[in-house]
Design a protein. Structure first.
Lengths: 154, 667
């Protein structure tokens, strides 16, 4: 086999592989991308109950409520303009706190966000960038406060 | 005083690195032996200085010197000693110091052990290595100085995140960095080879041990991180396709490809340009990982408190390293003479297929990881790409690779016979079929894909063993002759066999853990029993216990199966008063077939009942994943112990017979 032919064979194999990978990726993107919304977005977008989204914001102070004898936890996520009630069944991550940033994933059903996942962070001072952005958009971001907590070289 | 000495040593290290990164390179260009020889003492001096610097920071941690900002922010006098020490690298600044120390360690190791390297190549490798170091030293000194003082000193420190106070995580960063940074040597060798315009079998033999060391360490580092996430986060999972996990996985995929393609360069003198390309890509992906983790551009469970200046600095470094190396590759790459020819169906062809699948897999992971950044940059909205995407793309790509793994090693170099190879694999095919049917019969209601996945694992395992029996001509020659052949198999070959068998065990574990997991969340009152996957979990109540620097609620769970007592588990929900943070300690019983995993959460709202929220997981075959990874790692170590790979042993002229290392390199 000539050198050119040999190379061509492998180029063709590589192309086929890349094409099938790209195809797989496109199909997977179609089904599996989860959009990130603020409480205000969720209210204005009128989401259908089969659309999985991520909802981010602050856990409203004093909103966390446990139900006796069940593992369902209710709390509200706010961007300080609008608030969405969230219902989650399970154990909350260790770093879940009132007044702190949170990201939840789930679906909107009848005005309540049914979360199947609540994301945890390693660092208590860490603000998820999406949540920081949401607060900036709603004009409630306190720059210095966060600088003080998170950004100062340790 | 000691802290200032550490700071000063770091600045001196930059000076030495600058010398090492310039004069030897110029010397190699002008063929000036004195200038080239400078690379060795500067590399050693550089390492000693960084080690002093690292020791100084460690000293500050051990003595709890809270006048150092870094110590005050990440340590506490009441912390156990092991976590005071691991606290050094459990934060951004300290971990960067560990990073450069390992960088300098590898550089000085090449300087000391690479006695047989041609002087120009050695000078260039060390020069390039030093230039990388300079970039990171400046990064530390300008944006992340761990020696910054805090005056007045606080009375006590802020403590270390309780999640990080864990033996698994204490060892995770050092191994991970040995891997990430270890690939810098392959990178430096690649750049040096491009400058020299020469890549040959000897070059591949020099690079291989370093690549192996890096690969073994990275594998172990990723496994430790995954193991930690499994038992410490209390989610019962071991891999989340989190951006930071992906950041470590991409270099692993590229590095594994590099390890295999360098074999082709070594044995057949082919795929040279591709190997150089992979060496550059692997280290570039390591740097990209560093950027993703430390810039805070992606939402992840990791995320050091981020600072835009750091992100910009690393991005600049990334642009210089990747841009520079690929430009050099574009200019010099075509000049590399392509080596011997081979047919698509041959050992080389199979290794190339492995490479293509591995790199395509890495590209898919890269796409999924960076897509949210890209979409946000073009104003397409904020999205997250989660496990469903990665599973949908990655698994179909890896399945043919694992299927081909068993066949590839049975093909001859240059021109293989597929029919003959398949003929030797009938046992593997039969085993795979039997396993599929058996699994299907046992777990009738489970997913069909799980049965096929188990079949794939069996195919690879038996195929790997079959390759060994072909190699020793078992049953074709007298048993004594087979044993004699067995004893003469080179260690590098043993390494491949062991690592491939380990991979089969990992695949089986992943298929089992991924498909048959059972989860149960509920409120349990004392005396209540819950049955999960055939095991009865009885909650006996919870008590308060006192740890060295925490208090904990400890639950007691009696576990029995069909009336027979199995064990008692004590999960804890710890509270660290200094850090004002809780941490879940899952209690796990590992058995051959499954892990029993119990987590205790908050007390029920109606506290009068003494009930607690509990989470129970039945995780089948999870121990197989860790065991398989350890087998793979030991395969890497066996291969590393091959004397042909002994660091610095090979010479460019293959006059000496294989195995007879030149005198003076046997240490």
């Amino acid at each position: 086999m000539k050198r050119k032919h040999k190379r061509l064979t492998f180029v063709v194999i590589a192309m086929v592989l890349l094409a099938s990978a790209a195809g797989l990726a496109l199909v997977a993107f179609e089904d599996n991308i989860v959009f990130f919304y603020s409480p205000t977005d969720v209210l204005t977008k009128n989401l259908s109950p089969d659309r999985r989204v991520r909802l981010g914001g602050l856990v409203e102070e004093g909103s966390v409520e446990k139900t006796a004898g069940s593992t369902v936890i209710l709390f509200r996520v706010t961007d300080l303009q609008n608030t969405i009630p969230v219902s989650y069944e399970g154990l909350l991550p260790d770093l879940f706190r009132e007044g702190q940033g949170v990201i939840t994933e789930g679906v909107m059903v009848g005005g309540v966000f049914q979360a199947s996942e609540v994301l945890a962070k390693h660092d208590e001072n860490y603000m998820p960038p999406e949540v920081a952005e949401i607060l900036k958009e709603s004009g409630q971001w306190e720059e210095q406060d966060n600088q003080e907590q998170g950004d100062k070289p340790k | 005083m000691i802290v200032e000495a550490g700071h000063f040593a770091l600045i001196l290290a930059v000076v030495f690195a600058l010398i090492q990164g310039t004069l030897p390179l110029i010397g190699a260009h002008r063929n000036n032996a004195t200038w080239m020889a400078l690379s060795v003492p500067t590399a050693v001096a550089q390492f000693i200085l960084v080690a002093i610097s690292f020791a100084a920071l460690t000293y500050a941690y051990v003595t709890s010197d809270f006048s150092v900002y870094n110590v005050a922010a990440n340590s506490h006098s009441a912390k156990p000693m092991i976590y005071k020490i691991s606290g050094v690298w459990a934060n951004h600044e300290g971990s960067m110091l560990l990073w450069v120390m390992i960088l300098a360690l590898f550089g000085s190791a090449v300087a000391v052990f690479g006695r047989n390297l041609p002087p120009t190549l050695k000078a260039r490798v060390l020069g390039v290595q030093a230039l990388i170091s300079v970039g990171f030293y400046l990064f530390i000194l300008f944006t992340s100085n761990p020696f910054e003082r805090l005056l007045p000193a606080p009375i006590d420190g802020r403590g270390l995140n309780p999640l990080l106070q864990d033996p698994g995580l204490a060892m995770h960063p050092p191994f991970l960095y040995l891997g990430y940074v270890g690939f810098s040597i392959a990178f430096s060798f690649a750049i040096a080879a491009l400058i020299e315009g020469r890549v040959d079998a000897a070059w591949a033999r020099w690079v291989r041990p370093w690549t192996l060391v890096a690969w073994v360490s990275l594998t172990l580092g990723i496994a430790l991180g995954s193991w930690w996430a499994y038992y410490e986060l209390g989610w019962g999972g071991w891999w989340f396709w989190d951006p930071v996990e992906n950041a470590s996985f991409m270099p692993w995929l590229a590095g594994t490809a590099l390890l295999h393609s360098s074999v082709v360069v070594e044995k057949r003198n082919a795929l040279k340009g591709w190997t150089i390309f992979l060496a550059i890509v692997t280290f570039s992906l390591s740097l990209l990982g560093a950027f993703l983790v430390r810039s805070g551009v992606l939402t992840s469970v990791h995320a050091f408190a981020s600072d835009p200046a750091r992100g910009v600095f690393i991005l600049g470094l990334l642009v210089v390293v990747i841009g520079g190396s690929f430009t050099l590759f574009a200019i010099r790459g075509p000049a590399l003479k392509s080596g011997s020819l081979f047919r698509p169906i041959s050992r080389e062809g199979a290794l190339l297929l492995n490479n293509l699948l591995m790199t395509t897999g890495a590209a898919a992971v890269l796409l999924g990881t960076l897509y949210p950044l890209f979409l946000d940059a073009v104003g397409g909205g904020k999205v997250s790409v989660g496990p469903p995407f990665f599973n949908a793309v990655f698994i179909p790509l890896m399945t043919p690779m694992i299927a081909a793994m068993a066949i590839g090693s049975l093909l001859a170099w240059k021109r293989g016979d597929l029919a003959q190879a398949m003929g030797r694999l009938w046992t593997a095919l039969a085993a795979a079929g039997a396993v599929v049917l058996l699994v299907w019969w046992i777990v009738a209601d489970g997913p069909v894909l799980a049965a096929l996945g188990m079949g794939l694992a069996a195919w690879l395992f038996v195929g790997t063993v079959a390759e060994l029996t072909v190699r020793i001509r078992l049953f074709r020659v007298p048993v004594g002759e087979s044993l004699r052949r067995l004893s003469r198999i080179p260690r590098a070959t043993w390494g491949m066999t062991v690592a491939h068998a380990g991979m089969a065990v990992v695949v089986a574990g992943m298929v089992g853990a991924g498909n048959w997991k059972v989860e149960s969340i509920q409120v349990m009152t004392p005396g209540e029993t819950v049955t999960v996957a055939g095991y009865d979990y009885t909650f006996r109540g919870a008590t308060e216990v006192q740890g060295p620097n925490y208090t904990a609620t400890r639950g007691t769970f009696d576990i029995s199966r069909e009336g027979r007592r199995v064990t008692t588990l004590y999960p804890e929900n710890r509270n660290y008063p200094v850090e004002k943070r809780p941490s879940t300690e899952a209690a796990i019983l590992t058995t051959f077939w499954a892990d029993l995993y119990v987590v205790i959460g908050d007390p029920d709202k109606n506290t009068a009942t003494g009930g607690y929220v509990t989470r129970i997981y039945h995780n089948p075959m999870i121990a197989w994943i860790w065991a398989g990874i350890l087998i793979m790692v030991s395969g890497g170590l066996v291969s590393l112990s091959d004397r042909r790979h002994r660091v610095g042993a090979p010479t460019r002229h293959r006059a000496a017979p294989i195995g007879a290392a030149p005198a003076g390199v046997r240490e």
